[in-house]
Design a protein around this ligand. Sequence first.
Ligand code: GUN
Ligand code: FE
Length: 424
Amino acid sequence: MERNLILKGNLCYSQDSKNLIMAKNSFLICENGKSVGIFQKIPEKYQNFIIKDYGDCLIIPGCTDLHLHAPQFAFRGFGMDLELLDWLENITFPEEAKYADLEYADRAYQMFAENIKKSATTRAVIFGTIHIKSTICLMDYMEKTGLKTYIGKVNMDQNAPEFLCEKNAGDSLRATKEWLEQVQNRYENVKPILTPRFIPSCSDKLLLELGNMEKQMKIPVQSHLSENPDEISWVHELHPDTDCYAEAYDKYGLLGNHEKTIMAHCIYSENKELELLKRDSVWIAHCPQSNVNLASGIAPVRTYLENKMNIGLGTDIAGGFSESILRTMGDAIQMSKIRWRLVDQTQAPLKLEEVFFMGTKGGGSFFGKTGSFEKGHEMDAVILDDTDLPYPHSISLRQRLERMIYLSDDRHIKAKYVKGKQIF
Ligand code: GUN
Ligand code: FE
């Protein structure tokens, strides 16, 4: 069977945010797409499984990108000298409006899908645009990559330029229903997710009805939360009855009260907001590169880890310009060090173990049991070949992994598996 196989090499994976397991020259056995565990010798029962021997390569679990915008891939690196709200208005909204044209979307999304397929990412949660046909085009391309994804048609019916704004809540909801009818059960690898862009771009009626839709149709939700001080003040003006930004989602049932929910950024979430995120087990998508590019701030990641909250990493393409979750791990460490030095000396910088956990098992948990090689986890694996980075002395597996986080690009990825199936 295709999904019964054995990977041989140097295996690195997280047990939790503190413990990174390194198994030198070992066998990872995969049965029906799931890990059976790691062995030094292959047990009798699995002797007939195909062995893929990757020699001295590193083998890590597939990475999860908990937050990125596919239509923004085409303009990575544009407007990186702007702050969030100016960047949205001047760069992002005009670019996203181009996806009204299906031919443009087809070209752009094909490039996006090819690129993410080659990366270390095996699972991703993705924003499309408000356009139904283009979003389905994106889903079709992503289905073919073999990656497991959630993809959302965006909702926005206010505070956006006319060229990228649905006419009213009714239109936005009708479009969402039409989109859902077309995509539910159409794919093996892609699932829909409700995607109110952020509070300022959604009317009260739209938020209310999306909350009802989530409950009735049991569809998860993704959005943005507490990314930028001006954005937060704006939300407070729009919803003066709330004590915090998260409450504006919560009052419409959009904060994970029913279905699983991802909130990107959560840079300024404290006290009541932190309690709401904990109460509803919301997944926090930490997007360090975007947060520095858009001068948004630095999230208190250590606090979230100490509170045992669900947290993973996101590239936030194109707030972030790199699609690499490995690079994002390094960015998360760098940002946490600046935070420690300049903001809060009681919050120690993040460790390698912690960022690797977030980029694999932490974010992967949104998809169920994945992102680790522990028994029972769906077997997503990335084979990293670092032979073109020689070193003049012997270094440990941990050091080799650390170098891959900072120095690797797609050329170091020799093969990739999703749920036991080889993607390339
Ligand atoms: N908030 C609302 N829309 C966006 C977006 O496209 N990117 C980011 N980073 N934040 C947002
Ligand atoms: Fe975003």
